[in-house]
Write a protein that binds this ligand. Sequence first.
Ligand code: KG4
Ligand code: ZN
Length: 357
Amino acid sequence: SQSTVILGIETSCDDTGCAVIDGTGRLLGESLYSQTALHTRYGGVNPIFAHELHHNNIDRAVTEALDKAGKTIKDVDAIAVTTKPGLILSLQVGAKYARYLSRIHSKPLIPVHHMEAHALVSRMYHKLELPFLVLLISGGHCLLALVKDIDDFLLLGKSLDNAPGEVLDKVARRMKLRNIPEYSQLCGGKALELAAQKSTNPSQFEFPLPLSKFRDCNFSFSGLKDSSVRKLIQKETEHNVMGDGLIPEVFDLCAAFQLAVAEHIAHRTHRAMMFCDKNMLINPENKAIVVSGGVACNNFIFQSIEHVGSKMGYRAYRPPPSVCTDNGVMIAWNGLEKLKKQCDIRTDFSLKEVVPE
Ligand code: KG4
Ligand code: ZN
């Protein structure tokens, strides 16, 4: 009901995110301490740094979310916290803090799977009935799954090598997009999306479609990354570009690379839709695909999913951008869904799988 209050805590990677929602799924307050700018500067997530920053921020992140919601910890009915998957030191900061709060205030704990939270949070914004298809694309993950129930996922495919966000970040870094002042503070994926919009001649660069011969739903991005770097080096040599310099075709290469990534993702998603249709895994009256994870913020990539979706009769959804990337809202929402189904509610205040006693 409306009087139920859930606190969600996320610390699995490099963002300290907290949120307070009520029993109807209304967001009451949230906070986010992002380390993106820092990690962009150092070229990737450093687990030791990430741990330290979570440690420094967790207390104020929780307090801020509660304050914004006009609530105190005493009003909270359950504390949901990410327990897997992620960087173990990072996960432990959130889990230990949640366990501490739950013990001193006698509040039940709800362990949350980070990927399941990404997948389900769309239900907070859209009327989405189960089962539905989900495409999770982020800096750490890449998978296609059928969400059969809130705690029952059928994995259809995953990346055999890198995650798409990781590859977008690496390529953006190698192309030195950070040296363009307007992009210097952005994550690689966002910088690349904006750079691609400035392209006038993307078709001068061609990329082969990865895994085109395979009839499964797996992904592979490392080949696209390597061939974009090869094309870049070739142009750098041609133009005699050195140090911090950019090639004149940088926007075209960004656009061509982004197109290749989008086409590959759309191709695998198409396969997943065909698989679900053929095996009657999805209600034909109600076919939906949810795209989530940081890369779902990319409009070009999302539109390519909408496009295959429209051909296959699937409506495509994604949460608002701030909820696609890592955040506390999705954890609180998952806590609420689990509370309603009484699924894995810990009243012994322990989270042994992440923080041994
Ligand atoms: O979900 P997320 O915050 O963290 C992980 O769980 O990985 O996703 C972060 C990733 C980064 O790789 C970032 O480059 C990518 O999401 N990203 C984007 C965009 N915004 C964020 N990629 C492409 N286009 C965007 N607009
Ligand atoms: Zn994530």
